[in-house]
Design a protein around this ligand. Structure first.
Ligand code: IPM
Ligand code: MN
Length: 371
C-alpha cells in the first residue's frame, strides 16, 4: 500500500514524539511491504514565528493532498499568558479542523493494569474500563457567532447545531458501538439546552437503524460524575463539541498518564491523528516525553488505512513495553528511558514481531541519570 502522510510536528515536545511515531510507521512499512511518503508542514507557535500565521497556506494544501495527517502538539506559553495576543497557535488547529471538515474526534480511553497505581482512581474502579468518546468537532459553541460590545462589558457565543451535523457523527458512533459492546450513551444537557434536545431527537430518530445497539442518555453533569464513579459502564460516548472537550480531558487521566492517549479526527477529507497531550514546553528537546500517545495515534492511522493487523502489532508492542516497565519518566520516576529509546524498542519488536530478549544493560545505557 502506498500512502501520503503530512506530518505536522508543531511545538514543544511535538517534534520528538512525532519522530518516534514516524519511526514506528517506517518499521511497519518495512515489515509489511508498504510505502509511506511524508511531507513535513508547519502549524502552531513555530509557524507564527516563521510565517506570522499559525496555519500557513502550504500546510493546508499539503493536508488536503494527503491521505492522512499526523500532528505532534501545538502551543507555547508565551501566547497562553498574553490575553491580548492577536494570533494564537491553537487558532491553527481549529482552522485546520474546519478546513478539512474534521467533524468527528475519536478518543479511546483504556486503563492499563500496569499503570493502575498512577491513576487517581482506585484500582477496582479501573477494571474493564474501555470506552471511546465521539466528540463533534466543527460545530457548536466553538464555531458559533461571537460578540463583544463596544464597552467590552458584554459578550456572547452562539451554540448552533443542525440535524445533518448531528447525524454525520452519530452514524459512525453507532457503527463503532456495533463492533464493540453495543452500547451508546449520548451526553447532553437536554433539560436546559435546545441544541441538546435536537441531539436527543436526532439520535432517537436514527437509533432504530441500529437495533442491536442499546442507547441511553445522560446529562453532562451526571456524566462527569459517572466517569469517576463507574467508568466501566461506558462503551461509546457521543457528545457535542464543548462537552466532549471537557469530558475527554476528565477521562484522559483515568489511564494514569495523559502521555498515552491517542486521538483520530475524521471527516470530509484527510483524517488527522494526534496525541491528546499538549506541547509540554518544559520537556522540549530533553528526550524525556512519553511518545506512546503519538505512536498509538499512528496505530489509529493504520486502522484508518484499513490495516488492522499492522495497527495491532503496534498496540501489542506498546502494551509489551508497558508491561515490561520500559517506560518514560512520567510513568516511572526512578527507572525510566529516553523518548527515542522507547521508539527504538517498539520498532525492534515490530521488525521481529516478537519481544526480543531484553538486554536491560543495553537499554539501561540510555537510561537518563541526569534528571
Ligand atoms: C483539544 C484542545 C483544543 C480544543 C484547543 C487547543 C483549542 O483542548 O483538542 O481538546 O479545545 O478543542
Ligand atoms: Mn481539550
Amino acid at each position: 500500500m502506498k500512502k501520503n502522510i503530512t506530518v505536522i510536528e508543531g511545538d514543544g515536545i511535538g517534534p520528538e514524539v512525532t519522530a518516534q511515531a514516524v519511526k514506528v510507521l517506517n518499521a511497519v512499512a518495512a515489515r509489511f511491504g508498504h510505502a509511506f511518503h511524508y511531507r513535513y508542514a508547519l502549524m502552531g507557535a513555530c509557524a507564527i514565528d516563521e510565517t506570522g500565521t499559525p496555519l500557513p497556506g502550504p500546510t493546508i494544501e499539503a493536508c488536503l493532498e494527503s491521505d492522512a495527517v499526523l500532528v505532534g502538539a501545538i502551543g507555547h506559553p508565551k501566547y497562553d499568558n498574553d490575553p491580548t495576543a492577536k494570533v494564537r497557535p491553537e487558532q491553527g488547529l481549529l482552522k485546520l479542523r474546519k478546513t478539512l471538515g474534521l467533524y468527528a474526534n475519536i478518543r479511546p480511553v483504556a486503563a492499563y493494569p500496569a499503570l493502575s497505581h498512577l491513576s487517581p482512581l482506585k484500582a477496582d474502579r479501573l477494571e474493564n474500563v474501555d470506552f471511546v468518546i465521539y466528540r463533534e468537532l466543527t460545530g457548536g459553541i466553538y464555531f458559533g457567532k461571537k460578540t463583544l460590545n463596544e464597552a467590552k462589558t458584554e459578550a456572547s457565543d452562539d451554540c448552533v447545531y443542525n440535524r445533518e451535523e448531528i447525524e454525520r457523527i452519530a452514524r459512525p458512533a453507532f457503527r463503532h458501538a456495533q463492533k464493540r459492546r453495543k452500547k451508546l450513551t449520548l451526553v447532553d444537557k437536554a433539560n436546559v439546552l435546545e441544541t441538546s434536545r435536537l441531539w436527543r431527537k436526532v439520535v432517537q430518530d436514527i437509533a432504530p437503524e441500529y437495533p442491536d445497539v442499546q442507547v441511553d442518555f445522560l446529562f453532562v453533569d451526571n456524566a462527569a460524575m459517572q466517569i469517576i464513579l463507574n467508568p466501566a459502564q461506558f462503551d461509546v460516548i457521543l457528545t457535542e463539541n464543548m462537552f466532549g472537550d471537557i469530558i475527554s480531558d476528565e477521562a484522559s487521566v483515568l489511564s494514569g498518564s495523559l502521555g498515552l492517549l491517542p486521538s483520530a479526527s475524521i471527516g470530509k477529507s484527510a483524517a488527522l491523528f494526534e496525541p491528546i497531550h499538549g506541547s509540554y514546553p518544559q520537556a522540549a528537546g530533553k528526550d524525556i516525553a512519553n511518545p506512546l500517545g503519538s505512536i498509538l495515534s499512528a496505530a489509529m492511522l493504520l486502522d484508518h488505512f484499513g490495516l488492522p493487523e499492522e495497527a495491532n502489532v503496534v498496540r501489542t508492542a506498546v502494551n509489551w513495553t508497558l508491561a515490561e516497565g520500559i517506560v518514560t519518566r512520567d510513568i516511572d520516576q526512578h527507572h525510566f528511558h529516553y523518548t527515542s529509546t522507547i521508539g527504538d524498542v517498539i520498532c525492534d519488536y515490530i521488525q521481529h514481531n516478537a519481544p526480543r530478549p531484553v538486554n536491560r544493560k543495553n537499554i539501561a545505557a540510555t537510561s537518563s541519570t541526569i534528571i
